[in-house]
Write a new protein. Structure first.
Lengths: 414, 222
């Protein structure tokens, strides 16, 4: 413990220099921790968006399904999707199963016809688990969206909800009558007249320009697909168990493909990869700054104490103990820096969140969001450990320099 | 106790060969011995070789009947910790530790339990007359007091030999004389051998044995 005591007092001996180094460590901790909290908010938002945007926690897909291939929507489908959904609803791990049919075609207002990507959903079950009503609320603010409401549960109702961009292209608004045209499962051309009951803003411009939502009953009439469904979205009772449940359900449903949401959420994965790369690079730079600042402090300290180290070695301090002494100094710098950094992070986080700052819309999305830096203890622990490792590493070089001193030369040092 | 046999340690200084050449001497237990000589005569070099801080080019250092100068650095370091004590011209106390902590330092390094180290260090500080200054840091002590703390630190592990390099050089006569008297008393009381390098007549006057060096060679008759 004498080495620890010596190390602490040596740090206190050069208070200004120690304070400057601590400031660098604290700044590194704060920057990395706030960035981590911001990333956590972003990832959580994107994950929620993907899951509640229709993917659910798991998707049951036809065996030949390939990502992003809409042409296969009904050519390869779950032949009796409704029966499969009923079977899955009896599973204790499953909270709800939302069958959906993906289809494409043309939508016409008379003078204007535009290609669309359609999703047919269960109008009763869908709003209980998905974010469709939020999208509708945002859509109601768009031109022509006033009076937007969700699809009727009446199986005879022929209603459609349009993406805001698609409505604009068609010149349609709530109350407009339009015609949906598509090919049936058998390949024949078919059409259905529908009434626009709402506009939806799905957050992505490309989706808003092309997407529409109808009830499964409306799609059934248009596509003549009977009980066939493109996919089943499964909402789990314990969403954290998606990976394990995917494996378990896959074993129960051999004629299908069960995939967790994150394998299908391409945008989520791309953004996560991008942010990880950006913040990873930023972290590397910050760790490098901390490394250089600490090396500088400890090296200066070693150069000032060469004679003292010579005396300690003469008294019988082994060179490895001298190395330990510098490691202790690094340890105290790290511990103190991380402690102060954590306090500063929590204060800054509270302050920034209290400001209710609006962040600009991320690339490819249509609206911004409020800054809410998450409290992520794991990030704080990881940053503290990373900084501690960096500082211990930086203490190694001055420590080795001190340990290699020739005692008689160190004693002569002025 | 300490025996130097034909020690040579040479180095280049300003293009000339300096150091010590073929020096032998013996310091028995409880003896206060002084290596005397003018500046550059090799006193400090000989002391560093005797203190296992620097290996000799030739010759051998014997400590308590064992040849020790060719031991690996780790073993020499351990011997310095357990069997040798050092007193330096510039005191060289650790500035961030109190007088008591400085004296406890070698005991801590030996692995003494803290309470035992404290008791022993306090007793030695009392013996050198600094019990009331034990919580002062070196910067709060006079030169004479610092050197007495350094002697206490050197004696704390109960060494066989204390090596002192010009211990009175930074002290005035009023402090230098009593310091040497203290060393002489301690050598007698504890049976510890002292080997002191000095050209101070007051130091030489206290010596039980004097070895005179000129140009790295012993010039006295043994």
């Amino acid at each position: 413990m004498i080495l620890a005591r010596l190390a602490l007092r040596n740090l206190l001996r050069q208070r200004r220099r120690t304070a400057l180094t601590l400031m660098v460590v604290v700044a590194g901790f704060v920057a990395l921790s706030l960035a981590g909290g911001f990333m956590a908010q972003t990832f959580k938002g994107l994950a929620d968006g993907a899951i509640r945007g229709g993917l659910g926690d798991l998707q049951v897909l036809p065996p030949g399904h390939r990502d992003g291939d809409e042409r296969q929507s009904l050519e390869r489908s779950l032949p009796d999707g409704e029966a499969l959904a009923a079977q899955l609803r009896r599973d204790p791990a499953v909270a709800e199963v939302l069958p959906r049919t993906q289809f494409m075609g043309l939508i016409s207002s008379g003078p204007q016809s535009v290609a669309f990507l359609g999703t047919a959903v269960d109008p009763l079950r869908e709003p209980r688990f998905m974010a469709c009503l939020d999208a509708l609320k945002d859509g109601a603010k768009a031109p022509g969206g006033a009076g937007s409401r969700w699809l009727s549960a009446d199986p005879d109702a022929r209603e459609v909800i349009l993406g805001t961009g698609l409505a604009r292209a068609l010149g349609a608004s709530v109350g407009s009558s339009l015609t949906l045209m598509s090919t049936t499962k058998a390949g024949a051309l078919n059409g259905v007249d529908v009434e626009v009951v709402g506009l939806q803003d799905l957050g992505l411009k490309e989706l808003n320009d092309r997407s529409l939502t109808v009830s499964l009953a409306t799609a059934g009439q248009l596509l003549e697909a009977g009980p066939a469904r493109s996919a089943l979205s499964i909402v789990l009772r314990h969403p954290g168990a998606a990976a394990q449940e995917a494996v378990r359900l896959q074993a129960l449903l051999p004629g299908t493909r069960v995939r967790p949401w994150y394998e299908l959420a391409t945008f989520y994965r791309q953004v996560k990869l991008l942010y990880t790369a950006i913040f990873g690079f930023m972290g590397l730079v910050l760790f490098l700054v901390v490394l250089l600042a600490t090396v500088n402090t400890l090296l200066m300290s070693v150069l000032e104490r060469i004679r003292e180290f010579g005396v300690l070695r003469a008294l019988g301090l082994q060179s490895r103990q001298l190395l330990s002494l510098l490691q202790w100094e690094g340890a105290f710098l790290g511990l103190l820096g991380s402690g102060l950094g954590l306090a500063a992070t929590l204060l800054l986080r509270a302050g920034l969140n209290a400001l209710h700052l609006r962040m600009p819309a991320p690339p490819g999305t249509s609206h911004g969001y409020e800054l809410d830096i998450h409290f992520v203890p794991l990030v704080y622990v990881a940053v503290a450990l990373g900084l501690q490792a960096t500082i211990q590493l930086s203490a190694l070089f001055p420590g080795l320099k001190a340990a290699r001193l020739r005692i008689v030369e160190a004693l002569r040092h002025v | 106790m300490l025996e130097l046999r034909a020690i040579t340690r040479a180095y280049e200084l300003g293009g000339e060969r300096a150091g010590v050449f073929g020096v032998s001497l013996e310091v028995p237990q409880g003896c206060l011995a002084v290596i005397a000589g003018p500046s550059g005569s090799g006193k400090t070099t000989l002391l560093q070789v005797a203190g296992l801080l620097d290996p000799p080019d030739e010759g051998e250092v014997w400590l308590e009947g064992e040849p020790v100068s060719r031991l690996p650095e780790r073993a020499r370091c351990d011997l310095r910790l357990r069997r040798l004590g050092f007193v330096f011209q510039a005191f060289n106390l650790v500035p961030v530790l109190s007088a008591l902590e400085n004296v406890m330092l070698p005991l801590h390094l030996q692995g003494f339990p803290p309470a035992a180290a404290r008791i022993r260090a306090t007793a030695i500080l009392e013996r050198v007359g600094l019990a009331d200054r034990r919580n002062h840091r070196p910067g709060q002590l006079s030169g004479g007091q610092q050197q007495r703390v350094a002697i206490a630190r050197a004696l704390a592990p109960d060494p066989a030999l204390v090596l002192a390099d010009e211990p009175t050089a930074n002290l005035d006569h009023a402090h230098g004389g009593p310091l040497m008297e203290l060393m002489s008393e301690l050598a007698r009381e504890r049976g510890t051998a002292f080997l002191v390098a000095s050209h101070d007549p007051a130091v030489i006057a206290q010596a039980h044995r004097v070895f005179r060096l000129v140009d790295g060679q012993r010039v006295d008759t043994a």
